[in-house]
Each structure stands twice: as structure tokens, then as C-alpha cells.
Design a protein around this ligand. Structure first.
Ligand SMILES: [Fe+2]
Length: 258
């Protein structure tokens, strides 16, 4: 499985986020995915797929993914809009909230975004979906995916955007013992830790990276990347973050916010 996140595509292919052309960097990341994996079962796109919420940006995103010849499932980030995504996907079956069956594993995609707002928050219906999906998947190794971080990242500026009702989310999660992993995007940086037996992971953006452990907004000089997962029948997970190598990206490090 491959996780792609925070592509921030614009209606125009000239669009730049903090100086970096997001179309070009996505293409380089997908080149990397295609080179490293001859077969992919599932692509998880974990939000901020477009920067401007335009249908044309989602159309291009969808077309970019076609080269990987695997079904993709999308969830919304704070920059995304649901209606144009539904138009491009031709329905809601591959958009959060949804449940994916993949061999002995189950993947639950959730929407943590409120349109036109930066911080995350779950609607009550989303948490109900999570509870019922977890009840349904008892006995299967399960992964949960969302856009926002559900706990602090040790970046004060980003930690104002933690899912506002994270306590309600964890209350549902903690009622079950078959969740093996929880993954998210939004933070544009890699992380990997454990909480009560669940592996928690974030992923780099396919464009600009944010500096870990920074109090104020800060851009990192790490390259764009993605995460891949091998999920085993016994619940074991192999995962690696892979980044574009040998390319100098034009990023405006003087910018103090985005
Ligand atoms: Fe983002």
C-alpha cells in the first residue's frame, strides 16, 4: 500500500506553494513510487490533494495516479472541498468515510476536516462511522486514516490544529483492540510512535516539508516523499518513508506562514 499526502495541486500547473511547484514535485514523487514498486494493491490519499479545491486540480490528481494502476481511496484535508472530489471520483465509494477490505486487513478512511477551516474536527456522524466500522471489523487487523493529527506533534504552531474533539475520537478507538495503525497527513513531516499498542505515523508531503520540533512555522529542507506499507496476515507492518533524491527544490525559506 502507498500513502500519498498533501499534494496541494492548483488549478494551474504553474501553481507554487511557498515557492515550490506542487505539480512538478508530485510527478517526481510518483516517479519514485513507480520505480520502487512494480505492484501496488491500494493507494491512500490522505488529504490536501488540492490547494484551491478546484475540480480541475482533482482531475489532474486522479490522472497522475492512473499510472500506478491501483485503486485509490481519498480523504479530505483542510484545503479540500468534497463536492468537486465527488464529481471527479464519480461517487463517494472511494472517499471518506469508507471501509476498505484488503486481504485480512481493513482500512478505515475518516474525514477530520471542516471545509474552509484549518484545524481538524470530527462531525458526530464521522465518529459514529468509526465506531460501527470498528465493530464490523473485529477480528481483522485494522488501520485508521485521517488528515489531521489527533495528538500533538511537538510543533507549537501546528499543535493549535490538532483535531478539536480528539478526546471523543480516542474514546472510540480505545474501546477496541484490533487497530494496529493510525496514519495521517497535514503535518508535512515524518513521525512514527506507539500509543497503547497502536502504531501512529505521519507522512511527508509530496511538496513542501515542515520542520519537526519547531515552535513557530518553519520550512524544512527535506525532500518531498511518500510512505509505503507491507501489511502481513499476522498484523505485522513494514513501512518506509521514501523521498525524492538528487533534485534541488526551489523553496522560499523566508516565508513565515502558509
Ligand atoms: Fe497540507
Amino acid at each position: 500500500m502507498v500513502q500519498i499526502s498533501d499534494c496541494h495541486l492548483f488549478a494551474s500547473t504553474d501553481g507554487r506553494l511557498l515557492g515550490l511547484n506542487t505539480e512538478d514535485s508530485l510527478q517526481l514523487v510518483l516517479d519514485c513510487v513507480a520505480r520502487e514498486h512494480s505492484h501496488i494493491d491500494v493507494i491512500l490519499a490522505t488529504g490536501d490533494l488540492s490547494q484551491d479545491g478546484t475540480q480541475v486540480a482533482y482531475q489532474r490528481f486522479s490522472r497522475h495516479l492512473e499510472r500506478l494502476r491501483a485503486p485509490s481511496y481519498w480523504l479530505q484535508g483542510n484545503h479540500d472541498l468534497t463536492d468537486p472530489i465527488v464529481n471527479v471520483l464519480g461517487g463517494r465509494s472511494h472517499l471518506s468515510p469508507c471501509l476498505i477490505e484488503q486481504g485480512p486487513w481493513r482500512i478505515i478512511m475518516l474525514n477530520s476536516s471542516v471545509e474552509h477551516e484549518v484545524p481538524g474536527s470530527f462531525q458526530p456522524s464521522e465518529l459514529e462511522f468509526l465506531r460501527s466500522a470498528l465493530e464490523q471489523t473485529r477480528g481483522c487487523h485494522t488501520m485508521v486514516c485521517l488528515h489531521h493529527h489527533p495528538l500533538p506533534m511537538d510543533c507549537a504552531w501546528l499543535d493549535t490544529q490538532v483535531v478539536s474533539n480528539a478526546a471523543d475520537f480516542w474514546a472510540v478507538m480505545d474501546d477496541f483492540d484490533h487497530v494496529r495503525a493510525l496514519i495521517w497527513g497535514h503535518v508535512h513531516q515524518e513521525s512514527d510512535r506507539m500509543r497503547r499498542g497502536v502504531r501512529l505515523m505521519s507522512v511527508p508531503s509530496t511538496c513542501v516539508q515542515f520542520k519537526p520540533n519547531s515552535h513557530d512555522f518553519a520550512i524544512d529542507d527535506m525532500s518531498p516523499g511518500y510512505r509505503w506499507f507491507d501489511l502481513y496476515p499476522d498484523g505485522r507492518i513494514d513501512t518506509v518513508v521514501s523521498r525524492v533524491e538528487g533534485v534541488k527544490f526551489e523553496v522560499d525559506f523566508s516565508v513565515k506562514g502558509y
